[in-house]
Design a protein around this ligand. Structure first.
Ligand code: FES
Length: 136
């Protein structure tokens, strides 16, 4: 329940982003009803909450039940060959795994990098990437 998230995070000034992250993590999305509940709790308009939700790519309006591979396509990983891995990633993921694109995972010197859940994977090549996707 969103009420539990609101209770755990409080409804003071500056709590919007922590609440949105908690709702996204708990429910896999922040839908319109959740935006309204959060707006009421924080004394904001729903438009203000929706503006923040729609600005950040991490917040999803609908839950996607598929597991996700996040592939870094920022500059350092590009310099280390991630663009050549994109077709392999797309083929390996197919429709079973969501292929998300992120811009820097903080392992720039060990790229190309990807994240599955909370786990980071570095120095990916085609074989490692396919094995990673098959293991999801
Ligand atoms: S650029 Fe890919 S991890 Fe930083």
């Amino acid at each position: 329940m969103i009420d539990a998230v609101l209770s755990a995070n409080g409804t003071g000034k500056g709590q919007l982003l922590p609440i949105l992250h908690a709702v996204q993590a708990e429910f896999g999305c922040i839908d319109a009803a959740s935006e309204g509940t959060i707006a009421n709790a924080l004394n904001l308009s729903r438009a203000e909450v929706h503006g923040v939700v729609s600005f950040y790519h991490d917040f999803k309006p609908e839950a996607d039940p598929r597991p996700e591979l996040q592939l870094c396509r920022a500059e350092a990983c590009q310099a280390r060959g991630v663009e050549a891995l994109v077709p392999t990633a797309e083929a390996a993921c197919g429709n079973r795994v969501k292929l998300g694109i992120v811009y820097c995972l903080g392992l720039c010197s060990a790229g190309p990098c990807a994240r599955v859940g909370d786990k980071l994977h570095a120095r990916l090549d085609e074989n490692a990437l396919v094995a990673l996707v098959n293991g999801i």
